[in-house]
Design a protein. Structure first.
Length: 399
């Protein structure tokens, strides 16, 4: 019992934390071999898992003259061997003497983890700690503990984060102009604005974080800031004219580039002609239908404008005046791809009138992706009658 008590006193000062398991320890290098066992040298190191300064023990400071033992900082030191007839530990922990040595245990030494000397020249592995605890983290050698992290050590400056030991850290709030986690979790950073968020679509402007945003350019005839709003595309009637306009006043207003036809005609009396049908001698366009044959699809008299270059994903508006009386017909806006195939359409039926020209409600349509051109089709659906059309105009809505 006296020998064990003496060993426990010396062992408690000598033992230290292993990093996670005995495999992490450096088992090489004796501080004295052969005798004399110790030159008195000491080293100072820092254990990465425990985050405390550790001063390693030497064979001399442990009063050990034989066997292997722990230096108290996670390494094993070799303190030599005994002379013939002597036993390591017989004269006290790691001391040569006559007789036998009873090795200590981890439980008897109160060690939860890491390596300790058994007092008989050997080392004992006392296991490792369950996460998040690590051996010696509390500053108690061979005892499991956990050192809470700090916001600074984690590189965090806002919000709440785990301290690594089951607790929570409050890392504060961000100053005005910065947002928590904008780029990295729990780190304050400036969030740059966007052109869309600012309602801008041209030119350049500050992003609010020291850089510059490029919001693009306008599609002609729109220009940046033309309507008085910086960084917004726009145009006025003076610099943004209609993409197509026809009052049918000149002979060339209804040329061979128009296409006209009749579906289901019962005879050849149909026609599409330019003539002085409006009041005060003004000209317009007249559609005249014939009788319809039975069991025929889409009966009526039709005419369509020449192709007009158009942009994809833009809004176009069609204005037209008609005189149709009780008859039925419609204006159709057609969108075409580069090959001339129809890829989209919008139509509006003509309002009935009392025999006087009447402005139709504006027809609006958005061109699909792939749009290269547009056409306007005029349609008379009533059999054996006429309809007059005037002041046809197509506008591109400014961005």
């Amino acid at each position: 019992m006296l020998m064990l008590a003496r060993w426990l006193w010396a062992g408690s000062a000598a033992v230290a934390a292993a990093l996670a398991s005995p495999a992490c320890l450096d088992l090489g290098g004796s501080d004295d071999d052969p005798k004399p066992k110790d030159a008195g040298a000491q080293e100072t190191g820092t254990l990465t898992d425990g985050s405390w300064a550790c001063t390693p023990k030497t064979c001399k400071s442990l009063n050990a003259d034989c066997g292997d033992t722990s230096d108290g900082c996670g390494k094993v030191i070799q303190c030599g061997s005994c002379a013939a007839g002597e036993t390591c530990g017989a004269a006290g922990p790691d001391r040569c003497g006559k007789g036998t040595c009873t090795p200590a245990t981890c439980a008897g030494a109160g060690a939860e983890c890491g390596l300790i000397g058994d007092g008989c020249g050997n080392t004992l592995s006392c296991g490792s700690c369950a996460a998040p605890k690590v051996c010696g983290a509390s500053g108690q050698a061979n005892t499991c503990g956990c050192v809470p992290a700090t916001c600074a050590a984690l590189g965090k400056d806002c919000g709440t984060v785990s301290d690594g030991c089951g607790g929570t850290l409050d890392c504060g709030k961000c100053p005005t102009g910065k947002t928590c986690g904008a780029n990295v979790a729990n780190v304050c950073a400036c969030v740059p604005t966007t052109c869309a968020a600012e309602g801008k679509n041209c030119g350049s402007l500050p992003d609010g974080c020291g850089n510059t945003l490029s919001c693009g350019s306008c599609i002609a005839p729109s220009t940046c800031g033309a309507l008085g709003t910086p960084n917004v595309c726009g145009c006025t009637p003076q610099n943004c004219p209609p993409v197509y306009q026809n009052g049918f006043e000149s002979v060339g207003d209804f040329g061979s580039d128009w296409l006209s036809w009749h579906n289901c005609n019962a005879d050849a009396a149909w026609s599409v002609t330019r003539g002085p049908y409006a009041s005060a001698g003004a000209f317009g366009l007249r559609l005249k239908s014939t009788g319809f044959t039975s069991s025929c699809q889409y009966p009526g008299c039709y005419t369509v404008t020449p192709k007009v270059p158009a942009l994809p994903l833009r809004v176009y508006k069609v204005s037209v005046s008609t005189r149709v009386g009780p008859n039925q017909g419609a204006t159709t806006l057609l969108f075409l791809d580069a090959a001339g195939a129809e890829i989209g359409a919008e139509f509006a039926q003509w309002p009935k009138d009392s025999g006087q020209f009447k402005a139709n409600p504006v027809l609006s349509g958005t061109s699909p992706a792939g749009t290269a051109a547009l056409r306007v089709r005029l349609e008379l659906w009533t059999t054996t009658t006429t309809a007059d059309v005037d002041q046809l105009q197509v506008d591109l809505v400014p961005l």
